[in-house]
Design a protein around this ligand. Structure first.
Ligand SMILES: [Zn+2]
Length: 406
């Protein structure tokens, strides 16, 4: 495979290969597609003609900055045809439900924030909730359901993305839910489901700090500790999507009780509920404060130098550093991106935490893993969900016979 192109995924047929290259390097001339894919110029011409006929890509004249004159003729580039489809990306969380509507080229058309998914509800109620939220989001943008071609959804928990199956989620009462099929039955359009941390990794790869890295890891901290692993440009999910559960790696033998039922998990020391459990046990700092505000009160107290609050936060930071060092020792990624809404508080991502992490990394000389902090909000997650839906729609389109969509 050509080294110029970092990310080639999906079924690597000539068509999907060409489409991947256009999506990742758009706008791009045919000759560069041939170089990147190793396909002959004649094959590239034929495949791109098919993609144009399907309405998925379009020709554009090179801009003056990138123009290359060849015998006086300006180069023609190819790009994804944004108008081909609109898709929705949704991110469910305890606090807000975020929706973005993007075109087929990933350009954001609208965004919307709806109410929280909590309290935890049944799978069928979750589907109803998603439908109401999506309709409200579309309505706010002057759109209706028929205007979108697909929907991507990020949800916390163990999600088997290829099967569209939720083994367990803190947001749904039942286990083993065929949520993707339920969504497709309800919405009558393709729906794609993934673990929310994987969607952040996809968003970082497409739009964020992971654009240039082949091997990187995204760590998210909010209700729990999530991880998205990108190896050789592809998301690594593990068997049935059960991999990358950094939050449930053990940092303490017989340690604190975790939501998963086991003891000593990283999340049981770093998650909101873990910090609040400590705060409620040891102090009356957050007593009398509404549940939603307790974290803010605790973090504010730590910032203002409260000894007990500082001790709680510091311990969480040291545990987090240990968890990250374990990740670096196993994967040695080029880059770790710390991403998530908790970023606004900075408490886990201070320089001291990163120094603490470095102390636990095997010292082998040479280049070390770079750690970057990315302060994107929930929209980043929803953008990842939308990018995932674009991939899904593209895969459907690329495997279908030529339509008259153009
Ligand atoms: Zn656990």
């Amino acid at each position: 495979m050509n080294a110029v192109l970092p990310f080639i995924d999906g079924r690597e047929t000539g068509t999907s290969l060409v489409f991947s290259v256009i999506r990742q390097t758009s706008p791009v001339p045919r000759i560069d597609i041939a170089k990147a894919t190793g396909l002959s110029p004649a094959t590239v011409t034929s495949v791109t003609a098919d993609l144009i006929a399907k309405g998925l890509i379009q020709e554009v004249r090179a801009t003056s900055a990138s123009i290359t004159m060849k015998r006086g003729r300006p180069r023609i580039n190819l790009k994804i045809r944004g108008d081909a489809h609109l898709v929705a990306g949704m991110k469910l969380s305890d606090k807000l439900t975020t929706v973005v509507i993007v075109d087929f080229d990933g350009k954001r058309v609208a965004d919307y924030s709806g109410s929280s998914i909590t309290p935890i509800r049944s799978a069928s109620r979750t589907v109803e909730f998603l439908e109401q939220t999506l309709i409200a989001a579309l309505d706010s943008a002057g759109l209706v359901m028929a205007d979108i071609s697909g929907i991507g959804i990020g949800i916390a928990g163990f999600v088997d993305a290829p099967a569209g199956h939720v083994h367990w989620s803190p947001n749904i009462t039942e286990r083993d839910v065929p949520l993707q099929q339920m969504l497709r039955d309800k919405f009558k359009i393709p729906a794609f489901l993934d673990n929310d941390a994987n969607l952040v990794a996809i968003a970082e790869q497409r739009f964020g700090l992971g654009k240039k890295a082949r091997n990187f890891i995204v760590v998210t901290v909010e209700q729990g500790v999530g991880m998205g692993i990108v190896i050789d440009g592809k998301i690594y999910r593990g068997m049935h999507g059960r991999g990358a559960e950094l939050g449930h790696t053990k940092v303490h033998l017989d340690g604190a009780l975790c939501r998963c039922g086991q003891r000593g998990c990283l999340e049981a020391y770093v998650g909101d509920y873990a910090l609040l459990r400590e705060a409620n046990t040891a102090t009356d700092l957050v007593a009398g404060t509404s549940t939603e505000l307790q974290m803010e009160v605790l973090l504010e107290a730590a910032k203002n130098g409260d000894g007990m609050a500082t001790s709680i936060i510091r311990r969480a930071g040291r545990m987090f550093a240990m968890g990250l060092a374990n990740v670096v020792n196993i994967f040695a990624p080029e880059l770790i991106i710390l991403s998530g809404e908790r970023m606004q508080y900075d408490f886990l991502y201070d320089d001291w935490m990163i120094e603490e992490m470095k102390k636990s990394i095997v010292q082998a000389g040479g280049k070390s893993t770079e750690v970057k902090v990315h302060k994107w909000g929930d929209q980043m997650w929803a953008m990842g969900a939308a990018a995932f839906a674009i991939d899904g729609i593209a895969e459907i389109e690329l495997t279908e016979p030529r339509s008259n969509a153009a």
